[in-house]
Design a protein around this ligand. Structure first.
Ligand code: FE2
Length: 139
């Protein structure tokens, strides 16, 4: 995997300090997990690292969802649906790994990094604009 894909970059900012902080933390975890997956004798640690990563993703999605008011944010359903799909893919991978099926951590990380980058660029940027309007309105 290209290393630059594992790093948060300014173009991923959605203009909300707390969400940007969480996205940076998510990329730091992705990078750490990738290092663990690539390390010698990683087998014993990779499951823990992947579980910690998935836990963080699910917690982060909940933080974003708490900022959206379904009554006034037209993108709410679509955004939450994307979170559900992303979480399901991540949890399916964890289940397969726990059941001892042959899964490749690198493959999963590549999927998750691309998914997260695309989701931030499209869906979270829209959320960022909504939050900026909310702040401007003094809400
Ligand atoms: Fe999101």
């Amino acid at each position: 995997m290209k290393l630059e894909h594992l790093c948060w970059t300014e173009d991923l900012s959605i203009g909300d300090a707390e969400i940007d902080r969480q996205h940076k933390e998510l990329f730091a975890l992705l990078e750490k997990t990738s290092e663990t997956a690539g390390g010698a004798g990683a087998d014993g640690h990779i499951d823990d690292a992947l579980r910690a990563l998935c836990d963080y993703v699910v917690k982060h999605f909940a933080s974003e969802e708490a900022l959206m008011d379904p009554a006034v944010y037209p993108e709410y359903d679509r955004h939450v649906q994307e979170h559900i799909e992303g979480s399901m893919r991540a949890l399916d991978f964890l289940d397969a790994s726990n059941e001892g099926r042959n899964v490749r951590a690198e493959e999963f990380l590549e999927f998750l990094v691309e998914w997260v980058r695309h989701h931030i660029r499209e869906t979270d940027q829209t959320l960022g604009r909504y939050l900026a309007r909310k702040r401007a309105a003094g809400a």
